[in-house]
Structure formats: structure tokens, C-alpha cells
Design a protein. Structure first.
Length: 382
């Protein structure tokens, strides 16, 4: 049986290493690089310790008891870290990579790690989580389920916040967040089976399957994501519009906004293309924040052009939405020392859901956006 587990774990390690080297040639992970690397290598570490436990268990040679105890200690100590990195990855994706928020909540997230570490260290003397008998055979301790709870609470909570986010966002994002919640299924199923049937070791191979799921999903997302800004691209907007065409609620309105960065060519020509890219990323970030607050759809559809599709109840809401966007722009300008001021030309059109078509609203919004831009140019010259 040990040979079967050895082959299975080595196969899982091979898959994880292939993922690691494949993603190094992809920019899809550049924002979550460190967390994803931590997820991969912590899983590889656990696969090796899992394999070593099976190879050492019950073996008799000089130092066998010491090495079996040491490897088992590392196994119990390391298990929640994989799940911890999993939660951080999900949290980072769900809450728009808010480093400030992540640092604030990190002490709370670390509590299960701390509890498990205390019980693991104490187990060397008091056998709480595990012990190795005189025949060098591993046994679970009386408090084994504290270890299981410390590990499982992370993917379960990650699934909870993923589903919670999924039900609160627009249709185009729901699939992404629901899929995120499914990442925890293989390792949780493996852990439950492993806890019910003593002697099975499926947890880390199942975790490798989940990491493979993440990798495949991110590669698929590349097709629908703008590489520079990380928001939806035109392809994803077309998918969203197709879904929206099936949505008919005459008690609500749908608004299309066309947005263009003022004097973007001047920023590029004067400060360089890196500054232009930075301006695009800044605008995309604040628009994404504003759209998350309103549960609106956002896409980059051209060089410096963005589209927002917004479903709402009141006729005055689009104007209020634009006012909030401009307020965020002003706040960025106050805190910035780039040497230039950012501003947007925004045109919008709205109608009842289902009539007229959103494509017609986008065309109308585009015309109004150019009217606003023309007025801005005249005002600037004056």
C-alpha cells in the first residue's frame, strides 16, 4: 500500500511542479504570485512529509523512532498552513486584493494556526494529536479532531465568503466566485474520507487537484480579462450583454456608461507610456471599486475607454453614480504627485430593462460621451 501512495504522491508533486513552471511564463498570476507559490510549495512539502510517514511507519532501524516522530510533527504542524494560504488566496481575489484589509484581519486568520501549533508541540509529550508507539507505529491522539478542525475551518470559510460574494455581484462575476467556492471540495472530501477510514491518505493528492483547478480556471479567465488592468475585456462584455438580454424586469432600469480618460495622449506623450499605463491602472482600480459598491459591470473596451453597465431602481441613480466616480477621481488627484491631473468624460443612457437593447444604450452613451469630451476640450482651451 505504501508503494501505491508513494506513486500517487510523486505524481501529484510532478503535476504541481509543471503548474509552477508553466505559470512562470504567464502574466495571469502576477498579482497573486506569492500566494499561489506558497500554496504550491506548501502542498509539495506536505506530499513529501506524507510520503515519508508512510515509508517510516512501523520500520525498525537505528533512529527510526526519532525520524518518524520528527516527520509526523512536521506533518501536523504544516497541514493548516496549506489551508491558510488557500484562504488568503481566496480572500485576496474576493476583496480586490486589499492589502490593508488583509493585514488587519491576519491576526484573526492566524488563530487556528496558533492553536494547532500549540497542540502539535504539546503532542510530543502529551500525545494530544498523535503519538508513535514503541514499535514505531503512528497513532492518532485523543484530540485529533482539533487538528482536523484547525485545517478545515480555512477552506470552509473560504467557500463561505466566495458564495456570499457570488450572490452579491452581477451575473458575469457569479460563475467566477461560485467556482472559487468549489476549490475546497476535493481536499475536504479527501480529508473526510481519510478521517473516517484510518489508513487512507488522500488529502494532499486531492489538494493538488484543487490547485490544478485554480490554474486551469485562471488560464480560462485570461481570455476574458484585460491583461494590463485586470478588469473585464470586450469579449467578456459581449458575454455579459448576451446574458443581460435574457433579463427582463420592467421595474428596474439599465444604464450604459461610456468613459474616456481626458488628455490621455498628453499623458503618454509628456510623461511616457509607463505613466500612461499607470494612469489606466489607477482609473480601472477606482472604477472597479465604484462598480463593486454598486454591483455594476465594468469592462475596458479600448485604449483608454471603459464601459459600465448598471442595473438600478431609480432614475436619479446614474447621475449619483457618476458623482461618486468623480469624487474618487478628485481624491486620487489630491493624494497624487504625478504632475498631471486625471479626469474622465462620461456619457450615459438608460432605459427599462429589456427595452431598448443595451447595445442601443451603449451607442447613445458613446455619442453623449463625445459631447462631454468636446465640451471639456473647449473649456480647456478657454
Amino acid at each position: 500500500m505504501a508503494i501505491v501512495y508513494l506513486e500517487l504522491n510523486l505524481f501529484a508533486v510532478t503535476v504541481l511542479m509543471l503548474i509552477f513552471f508553466s505559470k512562470r511564463h504567464s502574466r495571469s498570476f502576477y498579482r497573486d504570485q506569492n500566494l499561489f507559490d506558497a500554496l504550491i510549495f506548501s502542498n509539495i512539502f506536505m506530499l513529501f512529509t506524507d510520503t515519508a510517514m508512510w515509508l517510516l511507519d512501523g520500520k525498525q532501524f537505528e533512529g527510526a523512532l526519532f525520524w518518524n516522530t520528527a516527520v509526523t510533527f512536521l506533518y501536523f504542524l504544516g497541514t493548516p498552513f496549506v489551508c491558510f494560504f488557500w484562504l488568503l488566496y481566496c480572500d485576496n481575489a474576493i476583496y480586490v486584493r486589499s492589502r490593508k484589509r488583509l493585514m488587519k484581519i491576519m491576526p484573526l486568520y492566524s488563530i487556528p494556526l496558533f492553536v494547532n501549533s500549540v497542540f502539535t508541540i504539546a503532542s510530543l509529550k502529551y500525545n494530544f494529536l498523535f503519538y508513535i508507539d514503541a514499535n514505531n507505529i503512528y497513532h492518532r491522539g485523543a484530540c485529533f479532531y482539533i487538528y482536523m478542525a484547525a485545517a478545515l475551518i480555512y477552506p470552509l470559510y473560504a467557500a463561505f465568503i466566495s458564495v456570499k460574494k457570488a450572490v452579491s455581484v452581477v451575473t458575469s462575476k457569479r460563475r467566477e466566485y461560485f467556482f472559487l467556492s468549489l476549490f475546497m471540495l476535493p481536499p475536504v472530501i479527501g480529508a473526510i474520507i481519510q478521517s473516517m477510514y484510518y489508513g487512507l491518505a488522500l488529502l494532499w493528492s486531492c489538494t493538488a487537484i484543487s490547485i490544478l483547478m485554480i490554474f486551469i480556471n485562471v488560464q480560462n479567465d485570461r481570455i476574458s480579462t484585460d491583461e494590463l488592468t485586470g478588469i473585464n475585456n470586450r469579449r467578456q462584455m459581449n458575454r455579459y450583454l448576451e446574458q443581460l438580454s435574457k433579463y427582463h424586469d420592467h421595474d428596474k432600469y439599465v444604464t450604459a456608461m461610456m468613459i474616456d480618460i481626458d488628455r490621455f495622449k498628453f499623458i503618454n506623450d509628456t510623461y511616457g507610456h509607463c505613466a500612461g499605463d499607470a494612469a489606466l491602472v489607477t482609473i480601472a482600480s477606482l472604477l472597479k471599486q465604484a462598480c463593486n459598491e454598486k454591483k455594476a459591470f465594468l469592462a475596458r473596451v479600448g485604449g483608454d475607454e471603459f464601459v459600465i453597465i448598471y442595473i438600478h431602481a431609480g432614475k436619479d441613480e446614474p447621475a449619483e453614480f457618476i458623482e461618486q466616480i468623480n469624487y474618487k477621481i478628485d481624491d486620487v488627484n489630491i493624494r497624487s504627485n504625478n504632475g498631471y491631473k486625471l479626469s474622465l468624460s462620461i456619457g450615459y443612457a438608460y432605459g427599462e430593462c429589456g427595452k431598448p437593447s443595451v447595445d442601443d444604450l451603449i451607442l447613445e452613451a458613446d455619442k453623449k460621451m463625445y459631447e462631454v469630451k468636446k465640451h471639456y476640450a473647449i473649456k480647456s482651451e478657454a
